[in-house]
Design a protein around this ligand. Structure first.
Ligand SMILES: [Cu+2]
Length: 412
C-alpha cells in the first residue's frame, strides 16, 4: 500500500499542476529488480471487468518466486497475499494459496510455483486498477499485472455481513462495534480533558516559573491536587480493569488472526526442468530491444518451441506459435502485451535432448514506458524473467531466465 499512498500524492500534485496523467497507481515506480526478479505472476485472470457495489470479482492465477531473488531483499519467510488497489475500494472476502485459506501470512519457497485465488467485493464505486499482490516482510508489496475494474452503484449500499464461528450474526462488518469504540474513545478523551482542565484552571507558565525561582514550589501543588491525583490514578486503573473484564465477558472467544503462520506446499515441480543459460544479455538503448543470447537444453522426448518471455508482468509472446497465443487470456491487460511480441531469428523447434544456442529478442517502447530501462543503473544490473516453452502437443514448460545485462548505447 506504500506505493498507493505515494502515487496518490504524485497524482494530486500532477493534477494541481494541470498535467495530463495516466491513472495507474505507481507500479511503474518500483525498481526493476523488484519487478523482474521477485514474484513472477502468470496465468492471471479477472472474472469480470465490471461489478456493482456488493458484487464480487475473482482474481486467479499463479506465481513463481524467482530463483534469482535479489540478494538485497529479505527471503519470502513471511508472505501475505493481498490485492493492490488505490485504497480500500474493494473488500477482500476470501483468499487462497494452493486451495488453502491464506488469511494469515506464511513462508513460501523460492523457485517454486503457487496458485492463488482472491475474491474481492465491490465497496467504493469508480474505475480502479486491480492487481494481485504479495506482501513480503521486509521486501514490500510485489505487484502482479493490473486490470481496470469498473465498480458501479453507491458506497452507502455496501454491506459486509457474516456469521462468526460462535453463531453471532454481524449485519455489517463496516460498522460493527464502532459504537463501542466511539464510547470508549469518548470516555478517555473526557478523562484527559478533566485531568488537563484541573491544572489549566490555575495561573500558568510565568507565574509558576516565578514561584519556582523564589523557592515556593511547595505552593504549586496543594493538598487538593494530591487528593485529585490519587483519585484520578485509582479511577484510571479501575476503568482499565473494568473495561477489560467487560470485554472479556462480552466476547469470551476471540482468535487473534495473525498469531500463526499458514503452511502450504508448493505446486509439484515439472517432471523435467528445462535449463536456460543466459550467455549474453544486452539492452539496445536506441532500439529499445532486449536481446538475450541463451542456451536451451531440451530434456524432453518431444521437440520444444519458445512461446513467450515474461518479465515484470509484460508478456512478449511468439505470435507464430498458436499454442502460445492460445494462452493469452482475453482479459489480460493490452498495455502489458507488447505488440511485436517475441522475435526469434531461428524458430526451428529444439529437438529432443538437443542443446541449442539461440537469440531471443523483445523489442518494444514498453521498456521505456514501463520504466524498466532504469535497470541499467540498478547496482546489480541483472535481468530476470520466465520463458514459456511448448512441445508439439501444446504442453507448456516454464524455465527461469536470468543473467547480467549490458546496455548498448550505439545502434548496431
Ligand atoms: Cu495499477
Amino acid at each position: 500500500m506504500r506505493a498507493d499512498a505515494c502515487s496518490r500524492g504524485w497524482l494530486a500534485l500532477a493534477w494541481l499542476l494541470g498535467a495530463n496523467v495516466a491513472l495507474a497507481h505507481g507500479e511503474r515506480n518500483q525498481e526493476p529488480f523488484l519487478r523482474m526478479r521477485t514474484a513472477q505472476f502468470y496465468d492471471v485472470s479477472w472474472s469480470t471487468d465490471h461489478i456493482a457495489v456488493n458484487e464480487n470479482v475473482v482474481v486467479t492465477g499463479r506465481f513463481r518466486l524467482f530463483e534469482d531473488w535479489p540478494a538485497n531483499l529479505p527471503q519470502p519467510d513471511r508472505v501475505f497475499i493481498g490485492n493492490g488497489t488505490p485504497g480500500p475500494v474493494l473488500a477482500r472476502v476470501e483468499s487462497y494459496i494452493n486451495g488453502a485459506p491464506a488469511i494469515q501470512s506464511g513462508r513460501l519457497q523460492l523457485n517454486r510455483d503457487y496458485e492463488f485465488k482472491t475474491v474481492l467485493k465491490g465497496r467504493i464505486p469508480g474505475r480502479h486498477h486491480v492487481h494481485p499482490m504479495l506482501n513480503v516482510e521486509g521486501a514490500g508489496p510485489l505487484l502482479g499485472p493490473g486490470q481496470w475494474l469498473e465498480v458501479s452503484g453507491d458506497h452507502r449500499d455496501f454491506k459486509l455481513s457474516l456469521t462468526t464461528i460462535d453463531g453471532t450474526q454481524i449485519d455489517n462488518l463496516e460498522t460493527w462495534g464502532v459504537d463501542t469504540v466511539v464510547r470508549w474513545e469518548g470516555f478517555w478523551i473526557l478523562m484527559a480533558l478533566v485531568f488537563v482542565g484541573w491544572w489549566l484552571r490555575r495561573p500558568l507558565l510565568m507565574t509558576r516559573l516565578r514561584a519556582l525561582e523564589l523557592g515556593h514550589e511547595e505552593a504549586l501543588v496543594t493538598r487538593a491536587d494530591r487528593r485529585f491525583g490519587a483519585v484520578f490514578l485509582v479511577s484510571t486503573v479501575l476503568a482499565v480493569f473494568g473495561a477489560a473484564t467487560w470485554a472479556e465477558q462480552k466476547y469470551p472467544r476471540t482468535i487473534p488472526l495473525q498469531a500463526g503462520q499458514f503452511r502450504v506446499e508448493p505446486l509439484p515441480r515439472e517432471a523435467q526442468e528445462i535449463r536456460v543459460t543466459v550467455k549474453r544479455a544486452t539492452y539496445d538503448v536506441p532500439g529499445r530491444a532486449m536481446k538475450l543470447q541463451v542456451e536451451i537444453h531440451n530434456p524432453l522426448d518431444r521437440p520444444l518451441q519458445v512461446g513467450e518471455f515474461m518479465t515484470s508482468n509484460l508478456r512478449f509472446v511468439n505470435h507464430a506459435l498458436p499454442a502460445a497465443m492460445a494462452r493469452v487470456e482475453a482479459s489480460y491487460p493490452a498495455e502489458l502485451l507488447p505488440r511485436t511480441g517475441l522475435t526469434l531469428p531461428d524458430s526451428t523447434p529444439i529437438a529432443p535432448h538437443e542443446t541449442r544456442a539461440m537469440l531471443i529478442e523483445a523489442t518494444d517502447a514498453v521498456w521505456e514506458t514501463e520504466r524498466l530501462t532504469s535497470l541499467l543503473s540498478d547496482p546489480d544490473n541483472r535481468v530476470g524473467g520466465l520463458l514459456f516453452l511448448y512441445d508439439d502437443a501444446g504442453q507448456r514448460s516454464i524455465a527461469n531466465v536470468s543473467g547480467a545485462i549490458v546496455p548498448v548505447f550505439v545502434g548496431s
